[in-house]
Design a protein around this ligand. Structure first.
Ligand code: SF4
Length: 371
């Protein structure tokens, strides 16, 4: 059977950050246990049962917010249902404020071999403003404990264009992250999503982000500095030492199949020659209730037609620092001509690739290419 990427969504966090629009809930106690049982059932009844796992990724929410016994029992079940291929990457996201040596040791023993730590900033005032529960010094402690537990693959997530952030402060954050010698860095620009407290604060004029020029300078500062530390860009927001690229996320960007379990998880699997995209029920209570009563855990099921698959290949593939193979793709010729004329991409016999300048306009490029 063809290996597949496996995603598990753990939707719980200690509190809700002001900018967050992910499917996450500030909940704990009995609901965690109930949702864990439901995820085990979700896996057990999966139509993809038996397909080997090429990668496994626990995201959220904050997977390390649930008790370690629950976290490791879910991984055990994933490995029963989707036996990992030799050397499979098995990642968990973690919040530096929700871990300790014991939890990391249990995670390593269960089979996790990669960690993605939500650091976001090394400035205490940023962490407070963002509503993060961890302290700046807990990031270093988390990396140290993770190394001691045997994690050799660590990613740090950082955010830029934070309210009031200067270029110098961003540079400080990058240097603080690099001092911890991570194998991978994910650097995201803070985006203000509707229905978040941050969005409302911005509307009221209480939150001001650095302007576009500043944001651009912050983005550009990354490549040169990270390059000196051996971290190379391989996707719009992601940098890795050679061989340390996140294999799981590469599966998404390359349009490969993935199975998704847990509240709100999305999956995309080939069933009888068609790509079926499923979305699990988002709220943990309703998701658990569905699985307890034998009802479908999905709130959406969609067969992706040629048009949607074509759009996905463009939108995701163009993000990578590799040539987008245009064979079989339908593109808007006028849009392509405009992008090439603006110097946002180059084209050769192998396909299309964004230029350095074009990386600032990735979304615009993708939209222009859509037929
Ligand atoms: S830790 Fe992440 S998922 Fe949880 S509330 Fe904050 S941003 Fe959202």
């Amino acid at each position: 059977m063809q290996p597949v990427a496996v995603y598990v969504h753990i939707p719980f966090c200690p509190t809700k950050c002001g900018y967050c629009d992910f499917n996450s809930y500030a909940m704990e106690g009995e609901i965690m246990e109930r949702t864990t049982r439901a995820i085990l059932q979700d896996l057990e009844t999966s139509p993809a049962k038996g397909r080997p796992a090429k990668t496994i990724f626990f995201g959220g929410g904050t997977p390390t917010h649930i008790p370690k016994e629950q976290l490791t029992s879910i991984l055990k079940k994933v490995m029963e249902v989707h036996p990992p291929i030799e050397g499979a990457e098995i990642t968990s996201e973690a919040n530096p404020g929700t871990i300790d040596a014991e939890k990391f040791a249990a995670m390593r023993e269960a089979g996790f071999n990669r960690l993605s730590l939500g650091a976001q900033s090394f400035k205490p005032e940023d962490l407070i403003r963002l509503g993060r529960i961890h302290q700046a010094n807990e990031i270093e402690r988390a990396v140290k404990l993770a190394r001691e537990a045997g994690f050799t693959r660590i990613n740090l997530d950082l955010m830029f264009a934070l309210p009031g952030q200067t270029r110098k402060a961003w540079q400080h954050n990058l240097e603080a992250a690099l001092a911890l010698q991570p194998e991978h860095l994910s650097l995201y620009c803070l985006t203000l999503e509707p229905n978040t407290p941050f969005y409302k604060q911005q509307l009221r004029g209480e939150l001001i982000q650095p302007d576009e020029e500043e944001q651009r300078a912050m983005y550009e500062a990354c490549e040169e500095l990270l390059g000196r530390h051996g971290l190379l860009p391989y996707e719009i927001s992601n940098y890795a030492k050679p061989g340390e690229e996140c294999q799981h996320n590469l599966c998404y960007w390359r349009g490969e199949e993935y199975a998704g379990y847990g509240p709100g998880a999305v999956g995309a699997l080939n069933i009888e020659g068609q790509r079926l995209r499923t979305t699990r029920i988002k709220h943990p209570v309703h998701y658990s209730a569905a699985l307890e009563t034998g009802a479908s855990p999905n709130c959406e099921e969609e067969i992706l037609g040629a048009k949607e698959l074509n759009a996905e290949r463009i939108m995701l593939g163009i993000r990578l620092n590799e040539t987008l193979n245009l064979e079989g793709l339908k593109l808007d010729q006028k849009g392509l001509d405009t992008i090439l004329a603006r110097g946002w991409a180059t084209q050769d016999a192998g396909g299309l690739q964004l230029t350095k300048e074009g990386r600032h306009f990735c979304s615009e490029v993708a939209v222009a290419l859509l037929p």
